[in-house]
Design a protein around this ligand. Structure first.
Ligand code: PLP
Length: 376
């Protein structure tokens, strides 16, 4: 691990903080080949400004994957950019917005920065508590948007059940709000059965109440910065205008490379490798937590990058102290408090995507020592 940060004791740091893959599970060679193919096949398309809707062949490929006409799709520089465009389009200061509790810290930051009136709804092991959403609606809350991460949620790793997907759509129809289906992890499922997207359940091309976002960050690599939105053409068109005014067009070299890569011969095998590595790491993490932190509760995810760990309540756990003690021992975690507006002091997120299999057990040992020290 040359070049990795070290602690006072010069122990290489093990990071459970980064929601990113380790370099060994990125198909660097395949991406290099795809870039060459893309330049060879379409030099004008890759080197010109292009268009704000994204690299046209990739846009068509995405539309085909989702069974929608191309005017439902806009390809962006990462799905974070797609989220930002959608929030700018729909969220005015004071607008009521529902999110999961806990949820992705950058979603909370983005919504707070736009002055949203946030309603965080309990996240259960089978996803958002949709009856709590129904109760908010009965109480007169009129949301513009409900932001949901349906598969292997960030930070909890939980997945929204089929029944809850249907119920949320029912509520979106009866109270006319948009479900923002933020779904970057869907294709990194390593066990269990896939569930239909809410976009599909709502009629795909006919859906008026779902805007879907996904990304190639987890299936290809995050540095490529390619994500996308699928939604009603009227919303997509307004976002196209925003995109034009923001950057003329997104990165055509990146999108052209992704286009060749995902259609090429290496992609299926490379994706399998990613999923196998994630499955191995989560298995080791599960075992290490049971052994070194038997007091912790967590649910082993069926895909994605993250696992949410809760320590027993009422025992004075302070995750800020735990994180500091952990850092001093060469292990990094993200405090639960980062994913909430209040609470989370007895919880933290562990990302296993970037941790080598051989480091998982040692990382959890250090964490257990840190938790003991923080209490002591
Ligand atoms: C729920 C969620 N949405 C969006 C993103 C942003 O992804 P991208 O790399 O496509 O910008 C992430 C990244 O971790 C995420 O967890």
């Amino acid at each position: 691990m040359s070049g990795s940060p070290t602690t006072r004791a010069q122990v290489p740091t093990i990071s459970f903080a980064r929601g990113a893959p380790s370099t060994d599970i990125v198909d660097v060679e395949g991406l290099k080949q795809a870039a060459v193919t893309a330049f060879d096949n379409d030099p004008a398309g890759l080197t010109g400004y292009g268009t704000a809707v994204g690299y046209v062949p990739l846009r068509s490929w995405i539309a085909e994957q989702h069974g929608v006409p191309t005017d439902h799709v806009l390809v962006t520089n990462g799905s974070m950019q797609a989220d930002a465009f959608l929030f700018d389009e729909l969220v005015r200061p004071g607008a009521a917005v529902i999110t999961e509790r806990p949820t992705y810290d950058r979603t909370l930051l983005g919504l707070k920065a736009r002055g949203a009136d946030l309603h965080l709804v309990t996240l259960e092991e089978d996803g958002l508590d949709v009856e709590e959403v129904a109760a908010l609606l009965r109480d007169g809350v009129r949301p513009t948007l409900a932001h949901v991460i349906p598969n292997f949620q960030n930070p909890a790793g939980y997945t929204l059940s089929l029944a809850k997907r249907r119920r949320l759509l029912e509520l979106a129809h009866s109270h006319d709000f948009v479900v923002f289906e933020d779904d970057p992890y869907v294709d990194v499922r390593f066990s269990g059965e896939p569930l239909p997207r809410m976009l599909e359940l709502d009629g795909g091309a006919d859906s008026a109440h779902v805007v879907y976002a996904s990304s190639f960050s987890k299936t290809v690599c995050p540095g490529i910065r390619v994500g996308y939105l699928v939604g009603p053409p009227a919303i997509i068109e307004r976002i196209r205008v925003r995109a034009t005014n923001t950057y003329i067009a997104p990165n055509m070299v990146a999108q052209g490379t992704v286009y060749e890569y995902v259609r090429g011969p290496r992609f299926p095998g490379a994706l399998e490798r990613v999923k196998n590595a994630l499955a191995e790491r989560v298995g080791l993490l599960d075992a290490a937590l049971r052994e070194h932190l038997p007091q912790a509760t967590f649910r082993r995810p069926e895909g994605g990058y993250f696992l949410w760990v809760s320590l027993p309540e009422g025992e004075g756990h302070d995750v800020a102290r735990i994180a500091a003690e952990a850092a001093a021992r060469g292990v990094v975690i993200v405090p639960g408090t980062d994913f909430l507006l209040e609470g989370g002091e007895n919880a933290f997120r562990l990302a296993y995507s970037g941790v080598q299999a051989e480091d998982v057990d040692e990382g959890v040992r250090r964490l257990a020592a840190a938790i003991a020290a923080a209490r002591g």
